[in-house]
Write a protein that binds this ligand. Sequence first.
Ligand SMILES: [Zn+2]
Length: 149
Amino acid sequence: MSVIRVTKEFRFEMAHVLQNYDGPCRNVHGHSYILYVTISGTPIDDRKSGTNGMVMDFGELKRIVEKEITEKYDHSIVVAGYMPSDKLTDYKNLFENIIVLPCQPTCENLVADFAGILINKIPAGIKLHSLKLYETATAYAEWYASDNK
Ligand SMILES: [Zn+2]
């Protein structure tokens, strides 16, 4: 049986602040993110199974990614936890859905963070192959399991 890669696309709206950045992205601003999640595995070969011929049911992948990523990050403001504490307190007082990361919330760090979350949620026997996160229509960051062994 062949190993097959399967990809599902997710979209969410998110704001972030790039701490100490020398440009307009140091201000709160948002993006329409597009996340591609690619898993790999051998399609199930069991005629009695409801998921016969599938690496993983797209619906199951959707449930995992929505629960772990998009439901949390959609319409949130993501900030670096190392920003001055009075500023961080202001954000928490002003806005409802603030996500504080230990790192700068760049596209690169977000895709690595998402991979770290998803890698433990994908069922056994299926591999998280890669993630691709578009921050704008022309800019994206990728995470590959093969680069991060
Ligand atoms: Zn931005």
